[in-house]
Design a protein around this ligand. Sequence first.
Ligand code: PMP
Length: 419
Amino acid sequence: MTIPPSPHRPDAVERTAAAAAAPTERFAVRTQGMVASEIRALFAVASRPEVVSLAGGMPNLAALPLDTLSAEIGDLVAREGQVALQYGSAQGVPALREQICDVMREEGIEADPNDVVVTVGSQMALDLVTRLFCDPGDVVLAEGPSYVGALGSFAAYQARVVHVAMDSEGLVPELLEEALRTLAGRGITPKFLYTIPNFHNPAGVTLAVSRRRRILELCAEYGVGVVEDNPYGLLGFSGTTYPALRSMDRSVIYLGSFSKTFASGLRVGWALVPPAVRDRLVLAAESATLCPPSFTQMIVSRYLEKHDWRAQVKTFTEQYRERRDAMLAALETHLPDGCTWTVPDGGFYVWVTLPEGVDAKAMLPRAVTARVAYASGTGFYADGLGSRQLRLSYCYPTPERITEGVRRLAAVIEAEMDV
Ligand code: PMP
């Protein structure tokens, strides 16, 4: 018998049968980074009807034209069922990849459909991109705070996350430069900067256009890739769409999604990558899923072709703006002195900083008892920061529920300050 040498641990001692008795003893080392996100753990309590949940980032799909969609889906099965219910291309349905290029044009991106890889939500794209670039111990730069699902992918591949702080105009270029310089001084070149430039999850801020070019220049200077995650870019409240980083630099890896602009349950997202990355990404996608579901891709494709999807995005955005307004007004009215918060111009989230001495994670059980839930800040950092912060989502509850939720939250914070 020939046993190939281990590519990772050439001198590894073979495990004995006794040491591997329990299945948990057989877990791969890298799974140690896989821990339940604080937010996921909260879903069960937060979904009780008496609790106003400002915790989850579920899109509000009430405005979708379900009757029309149902007829469309029936027609798809009747006319194209043999294709829609069959395996498809690992890279994604060609017609949809062309339409995705039209969607990206809204943000100034000129792309070739051959460079688009369709994924099962952009979460899968995040996982694949991390798999492609990160060996255990590699450093990834990310805004602080950052998207919890991305932090989960980085942890799953044992990458180390170095956070770079933001202000009200997003990632601060001077702090990015400082981080790059410090890391270079220690001989470390981060694999990539992971950034959410528009309507940040969880911070609610948007990267100033004037900073975008500088950030790209810095990453190029230090040989660091850029991964731009942009699921909220078309959900701006002032009618402004910001130029994507990818529109300024073709080496940027861009991740997009139909979860927020159409329907999250279809799980259709994509990555736009430079040609040099594409083939390897398709191989990684193939090993993960063989191919993304033909059925949901074809639903999205028909929807984009036959419906005024821009009008639907506008309808969603108007709802979210109304809810954002309700949340900001309630925060202004009810939160005690010493609290500060960001003012989002799109997307789903407000990031709140609590008064000195109040711990958001410790306060959460008391908030749930008071029938309001939020996502505490530490879940959005890989390094334990964020204890005085929390994320509030205004996307799902009605404006009335948002107002009531913030009123309850304010009472909990005040009680916490009195202790
Ligand atoms: N990136 C960010 C910043 C997100 O907020 C989300 C969803 N909350 C995702 C990626 C994943 O989206 P999906 O997999 O539904 O496309």
